[in-house]
Design a protein around this ligand. Structure first.
Ligand code: ZN
Length: 603
């Protein structure tokens, strides 16, 4: 159940209690059936039965606030029937349909025709079907009654023989108190492997959908690692905000998406056979979102809507601060890489100081400027910006409170006070920081969150008795030779062209005149027909080589030659501040050990 829906669910319970019996609610339930035919996996059928429907029934497909996949593009053959007569269906907006009928019980049927994906490059959150199984459900599968999203729902799944499901209860029809809860639960189906564990009073399922050409890896180690994440998360956030939770893993996919009671995660068996680091990085991030983004939600993100909400200025908190906690989570779970928190901070600061973009845009502005479409070009990376701010804030709070309270205490209080449909605003963050500090934190937010200009980190380091040294080094490979400047990336929407992502204006690619969003036609003489050919060709380039690039911009094709040279990078190291006090050293030691704030207070 979504915690943010608790408020109105309680209201619904109270309203129900006032009714004579619960037959009213039963009669109001919107009943869905999702049917998968193993002989035709190009899509799936959905039937939706709406009792007590008005003569004009508005149905809608909901947009995800971060990842609007616009799946209304793949909805086909929408038809309706009431009292034995066909209703008329009119599309009144891209994601809204009007059904006119006699009213009463209206049966609506449609098909979702799944888009094609490039092999091995499928996002783990998008609906898909293969002979092994797939992912269905959620807001890319179901329409809802636009004017009555709080009507209870019931879902029946009709699956091919031998398939099981995860993400919702394993058996029987599944009932929810409203459409929002139905829309927030993707369902992994197929020839699944599943494991279970209990942690923090809640039951957890790990479900894995293998692919036909997968390779073996240590599945027990993956399950053990997820169990340790759950244990560490309960310590950091105080409790688990669910009673049942599912980790939905798919081979051959990447990325992940958070939900109230589950998460979809890319779990490439080929990668997992080599090591778990990337997988766990992603898993920890998405899992932290269970608290910071699903439970603690930016204002305006709750509820169902047909278009993404207006941009929020708090993505630096919902993403960057999530990374801060994901790193802490991995360390406390004993799953972190061998580097220290300072190594990690040094890497972050080097990247932060090396990009001139951070001088001209604030975290709040970067958050607002970010597009709702994933993978789009970003002016600066508010993920990185957010975690630099989180560390500075943590140091400031720990110093002001003698180590008793830090950004972890701030997060726990934010969750306790601002979970729920109203969500939180930037002003709420600011007020909470002052409350946790017991001091005025407004200047910190004015300078480092709202106003453009790079955060001055040195005074914050001094609170831990540290100073930093910054120098510029050439990037070399293991043998000491100059590494090629391959600082260019690409993305591809399904069926669309491969478009460049350029984040550093000083890269050889930007200097040659290429821009973010240019459609790339060929690279070094090799036609680019997908992400695979792009990456393979890029990786084959060597320092000193010239690479011809053919690209399209504004409908015109052009060519440039990129001189692939070496490049340099900032390196940040930390040193003890002369005259560092015992208090500062103790605070630093506690922080380095990943202790929660307050752990130090008793000493
Ligand atoms: Zn995220």
């Amino acid at each position: 159940m979504r915690m943010r829906d608790l408020g109105w669910m309680m209201a619904a319970v109270v309203a129900l209690a006032a009714l004579p019996g619960s037959s009213q609610a039963q009669g109001d339930t919107v009943r869905y059936t999702l049917r998968i035919d193993s002989l035709d996996l190009s899509g799936f059928e959905v039937e939706m039965r709406v009792p007590n429907a008005p003569p004009v029934l508005r149905l809608a497909m909901a947009a995800h606030p971060e990842y609007d996949e616009r799946f209304w593009r793949y909805l086909r053959d929408l038809r309706a029937e009431a009292g034995g007569a066909a209703g008329s269906v009119t599309r009144v907006d891209s994601a809204v349909w009007e059904v006119r009928s006699a009213g009463g019980e209206v049966a609506v049927r449609y098909r979702i025709v799944l888009p094609p994906y490039e092999r091995g490059f499928r996002p783990s959150w998008q609906p898909v079907l293969t002979a092994m199984g797939g992912l269905v459900g959620g807001l890319d599968s179901f329409l809802y009654v636009a004017d009555q999203p709080r009507r209870p729902t019931r879902l029946d799944l009709d699956l091919p023989d031998g398939w099981t499901r995860a993400g919702i209860p394993a058996e029987g029809p599944w009932s929810t108190a409203g459409a929002a809860e139905l829309m927030d639960a993707p369902i992994l189906v197929g020839r699944l492997r599943t494991w279970r564990f209990r942690s923090g009073g809640a039951s957890h399922t790990v479900a894995y959908l293998p692919s036909a050409d997968g390779v073996p890896f240590d599945t027990a180690a993956v399950v053990r690692a997820l169990e340790r994440l759950a244990g560490a998360a309960r310590e950091i956030f105080g409790s688990l905000p669910y009673s049942e939770y599912a980790f939905l893993l798919q081979d051959g996919t990447w990325g992940g998406l958070e939900h109230a009671s589950s998460v979809t995660l890319g779990a490439s068996s080929a990668e997992l056979a080599k090591g778990m680091e990337d997988f766990l990085d992603n898993a920890a991030h998405e899992y932290v979102h269970t608290w910071n983004l699903v439970r603690l939600r930016p204002a305006g993100w709750s509820g169902l809507r047909q278009r993404p909400p207006p941009p929020t200025g708090e993505r630096w908190w919902s993403e960057g601060v999530t990374i801060h906690f994901a790193d802490l989570l991995l360390r406390r779970a004993g799953l972190a890489p061998a580097n220290s928190r300072l190594d990690r901070l040094g890497r972050d600061l080097a990247e932060y100081l090396d990009n001139p973009g951070y001088r001209t845009i604030s975290p709040e502005q970067a958050s607002r400027a970010s597009g709702a479409s994933p993978g789009g070009p970003e002016p600066t990376d508010y993920y990185l910006h957010g975690r630099v701010v989180a560390t500075a804030l943590d140091f400031a709070l720990r110093e002001a409170t003698g180590g008793r309270r830090g950004v972890d205490e701030m997060m726990r209080r934010m969750i306790a006070r601002h979970s729920g449909p109203r969500g939180y605003t930037g002003a709420d963050l600011e007020r909470m920081a002052s409350e946790v500090c017991g001091c005025e934190m407004r200047p910190f937010f004015a300078r480092n969150v709202r106003a453009p200009g790079r955060l001055a980190f040195a005074p914050h380091l001094a609170r831990m008795g540290l100073r930093m040294r910054v120098r510029r080094d050439s990037v070399t490979d293991a043998r000491g030779t100059l590494a090629p400047d391959l600082r260019v990336w690409a993305r591809q929407a399904e069926g669309g062209p491969v478009r460049l992502i350029i984040t550093d204006p000083r890269s050889a690619w930007a200097r040659a005149g290429l821009r973010a969003d240019d459609e790339i036609v060929s690279l070094a003489g090799t036609p680019v027909d997908g992400m695979d050919s792009f990456r393979r060709t890029l990786r084959s380039l060597r320092t000193g080589q010239s690479a011809a690039v053919e690209y399209r911009r504004g409908g015109r094709t052009a060519r440039v030659t990129v001189a692939v040279g070496g490049y340099s990078r900032l390196r940040v190291t930390f040193h003890e501040l002369p005259g560092a006090t015992g208090m500062q050293r103790a605070r630093r030691a506690a922080w380095l050990a990943g202790e929660l704030s307050g752990a130090q207070a008793g000493r």
